[in-house]
Write a protein that binds this ligand. Structure first.
Ligand code: NFS
Ligand code: SF4
Length: 635
């Protein structure tokens, strides 16, 4: 079946091969699910106790309450809180592993570096830790201590990762709403408790609890993970490489890293280089590592590893017949990969105790034996290369040049070429004078309900044309990378006149000899914390609340619960946060109203749901213009 909906030429090309090879893809399975359940789509079904399942009739003709008496508002609000808590849990779990890694690295118990002493010092200073004349491992242990205290059950105060890093004005807002999170595990546990049968029946209270989960996610997940990973592996600096499945090479061993946590993928990149002679010994020219989803973004940002593809085309990567091994850790890994890999020579390798897939080889990854696991995985890929069937290989010849690695430190570094004393000033000046109308962060996934990448690309085209600077992470960054929006030519092609002037000036000053890309790749989904850091710095420099900045966020094609938790965090930061796919909340007028309008007065931000890319772009621009006016920038 050729059900594919995508604008990615490589995906379209491979869908034909999938059809020929008899491979069922995510698009085929989506078709088979039609029509999807209306109750579920509206958020109106509840299975929280086994008197249920209960469903509310959205047309008011059938039941108006669940068996226990829960109304549509309660059911929708409870479901949303659980989803956002689940998203936060994924990020907190990820962050926690990185904290453990830093601890063991600092104790010298594992073979991981502490690569970025400057970042370590900056984070320690931010947490109020004295850094003077302390050895890096001593300092790292003190930072870990704070992280562990934040995670500890005994503490009643809000997380220090929040109070140390959040914008001042925001802290006051969150405190007044009673949503400052204590330790993340406790808050997630409480959300699970709060949503069980016979608990909270107040939709407003439930929505506020959801906002609190947004903060758990933003600071206990995203920010903590990025900070730890930067200390361990280095803070990204600009790198140049390529994106899309054309980065796979016929005469190389192709090893794809897929998932999210860089603890394993960093090791794989390193061992792929070291073991390259073994690949040559079997007739390959070397080992080509490429990345899918956020593992891809992580090793791109720090090691310049090319991007293979984003979420929706993960199955099609295997259909190339050229992937010798795909190694996965956690999150966004389609269970279908095991079956698809079995139709080719590809060895699918799972590594985590909580992600096992029938049909995959399981090689347990532990911090203590990371090098052994990585070597074994690379060697498996080399062995699989020998089994590759040339008749089954088809690598679509599509790849776009990209520049990535735009951490806040890298952005400030480039700007400091224009003003060494006040590096944020050139950016702020250009926002004030209107050369840059505002900034939109596009984040999040692909969703099979939308033609792959189309919403990201079409909306961003419109934003750039209107001189809005775009920063991107996650699968959105993949989409925009593949579409050629992350290189200098992209600035010429897509940026409006005044934005182009700024990009050119920064590009020249930074020594690129060409404009800066119009879309800045800021990393993986946990690296949304980098966007948080950037807006926090901008707000601090201007002495205003982040909610006042001409900045907005968008997840054009969200699919994962993580996208909902990140979006919720963006709303708590005071941003209008666009979703291009309707989340399952429309079954409750009250909850929908709270999320899209009612909360704004108290929290400053809101969700904005719009399923047309052009309209969404203009909606965001309108929002940015209102904020400009309120700041007195445009009369
Ligand atoms: Ni984010 Fe990254 Fe992609 Fe969505 Fe999944 S990979 S963590 S959740 S699908 S952007
Ligand atoms: Fe039904 Fe209430 Fe049980 Fe949910 S908690 S399944 S609404 S009885």
């Amino acid at each position: 079946m050729l059900n594919i909906r995508s604008i990615d030429p490589a995906a379209l090309d491979l869908a034909k091969k999938a059809d020929k090879d008899g491979i069922e893809t995510v698009w085929d399975r989506y078709e088979k699910q039609q029509p999807q359940c209306g109750f579920g789509s509206l958020g109106l079904c509840c299975r929280h106790c086994i008197q249920g399942p209960c469903r509310i009739d959205p047309f008011g003709k059938g039941p108006e309450k669940g068996i226990c008496g829960a109304t549509a508002d309660v059911i929708v609000a409870r479901n949303l809180l659980r989803q956002v808590a689940a998203g936060a849990a994924a990020h907190v779990d990820h962050a926690y592993e990185a904290v453990e890694a830093l601890k063991l690295a600092a104790e010298g118990k594992i073979d991981y570096p502490i690569a970025d002493i400057n970042k370590l010092k900056a984070i320690a200073t931010g947490l109020g830790i004295e850094t003077e004349s302390k050895e890096p491992n001593v300092l790292a242990l003190e930072v870990v201590q704070v992280a562990y205290e934040d995670m500890g059950n005994h503490q009643k105060r809000p997380m220090r990762w929040v109070s140390a890093h959040a914008p001042k004005q925001r802290l006051e807002v969150w405190e007044s709403l009673g949503i400052l999170p204590r330790n993340p595990d406790r808050e997630i546990r409480e959300a699970m408790h709060q949503t069980t049968m016979g608990m909270d029946a107040d939709p407003v209270n439930l929505v506020l609890a959801t906002a609190k989960q947004g903060l758990v996610d933003g600071y206990g997940g995203l920010k903590l993970a990025t900070d730890m990973q930067d200390i361990l592996f280095g803070t990204p600096a600009p790198v140049v490489t390529e994106a899309n499945l054309g980065v796979l090479k016929e005469d190389y061993v192709n090893l794809i890293v897929h998932g999210h946590v860089p603890l394993l993928s960093e090791k794989i990149v390193q061992w792929a280089k070291t073991l390259s002679p073994e690949a040559e010994a079997v007739g390959a020219k070397g080992v080509q590592v490429a990345g899918i989803c956020c593992s891809g973004n992580e090793v791109l940002m720090r090691q310049g590893v090319p991007l293979a593809t984003n979420y929706l085309a993960q199955e099609l990567a295997i259909v190339t017949g050229a992937v010798d091994t795909m190694v996965v850790d956690v999150q966004c890994i389609m269970p279908s990969l095991g079956q698809i890999a079995s139709c080719y020579h590809t060895e699918l390798i799972t590594t985590m105790p909580i992600v096992k897939i029938p049909g995959a080889t399981h090689i347990p990854f532990t911090l203590e034996h990371a090098d052994e696991a990585a070597q074994e995985i690379v060697r498996k890929a080399i062995a699989a290369y020998a089994r590759r069937d040339p008749n089954k290989v088809h690598i679509p010849d599509y790849r776009a040049k990209i520049m990535a690695g735009f951490s806040v430190e890298a952005i400030v570094g480039a700007l400091s070429k224009l003003d060494a004393d006040q590096p944020l000033k050139p950016l702020v000046d250009n926002i004030v004078n209107g050369n840059i109308v505002g900034v939109v962060a596009t984040v999040g996934c692909n969703n099979v309900k939308v033609a792959q990448d189309i919403f990201h690309v079409e909306m961003v085209k419109e934003l750039l044309k209107n001189n809005v600077l775009v920063v991107a992470t996650g699968c959105s960054a993949h989409a925009l990378a593949k579409a050629g929006m992350m290189n200098s030519e992209g600035a010429e092609k897509y940026a409006g006149e005044s934005l182009k002037v700024v990009l050119t000036a920064i590009g020249e000053a930074a020594g690129l000899g060409a404009p800066l890309p119009p879309v800045l790749h800021m990393g993986s989904c946990v690296d949304n914390s980098r966007i948080g850091d950037l807006v926090t710095a901008l707000a601090g420099y201007l002495g205003v609340d982040t909610a006042a900045l001409p900045v907005a966020a968008s997840a054009p094609e969200p699919q994962h619960e993580k996208a909902l938790s990140i979006g919720t965090w963006a709303v708590t930061m005071g941003f209008t946060t666009h979703l291009g796919v309707v989340p399952p909340v429309l079954g409750s007028k009250q909850v929908t109203e709270l999320l899209t309008a009612g909360l704004t007065d108290v929290i400053g931000g809101k969700f904005y749901v719009e399923t047309d890319p052009q309209t969404a772009a203009h909606g965001l621009i309108e929002d940015i213009c209102k904020k400009r006016k309120a700041l007195g920038l445009d009369q």
